[in-house]
Design a binder for this molecule. Structure first.
Ligand code: FES
Length: 165
């Protein structure tokens, strides 16, 4: 049976990630991150393929699907679901919350009409919460892709969103 282009692409991306980072336990997160970067998320097919390529008791390399799903679920930068072209990560921890974070979060949800973890129908935006990113002194804080915004006000939100295609 000829593999569909999607399956082929997933296999190739997984292969390249493993060639680059190896099969050791320490390599699992870099491998999954590489896949997430290449495909925009870590689909179930990729998890199966990572397990298939890495798990080999004879070579003493181990990977279980449940372990891989656990890693993808745990880390904010990884996702089992397709995300939008731009991902907004909003810090939900107390230091940001007490300096106005709740109002920012409400404004983001209202402006984008999204709940936590959702993606807009046009696939432009995904909105997620994240834990402290170490910038508490300039809270409230949000990240749009790799861009950091601190001391964010509700009034700034439209301007911030307009910067992205
Ligand atoms: S609590 Fe928000 S960056 Fe630390």
């Amino acid at each position: 049976m000829v593999a569909s282009p999607v399956e082929s692409e997933v296999k190739e991306v997984v292969q390249q990630a493993i060639e680059k980072h190896g099969k050791s336990p320490d390599a699992l997160i870099p491998v999954l991150s590489e896949i997430n970067r290449a495909l925009g998320y870590v689909p179930a097919e990729a998890i199966r393929e990572v397990k298939r390529q890495i798990h080999n008791p004879a070579e003493r390399t181990f990977a279980a699907e449940s372990q891989l799903y656990g890693l993808v679920s745990f880390y904010d930068m990884l996702s089992t679901q397709p995300r939008g072209r731009h991902v907004i990560k909003f810090c939900e921890n107390a230091p940001c919350h007490v300096v106005g974070g709740k109002a920012i979060w409400d404004a983001l949800r209202e402006t984008l009409q999204l709940k936590n973890g959702e993606t807009t129908p046009d696939k432009k935006w995904t909105l997620v919460t994240t834990s402290c990113i170490g910038l508490c002194s300039v809270g409230p804080v949000l990240l749009v892709d790799d861009d950091m915004y601190g001391n964010v006000t509700v009034e700034q939100i439209p301007d911030i969103l307009e910067r992205y295609e």
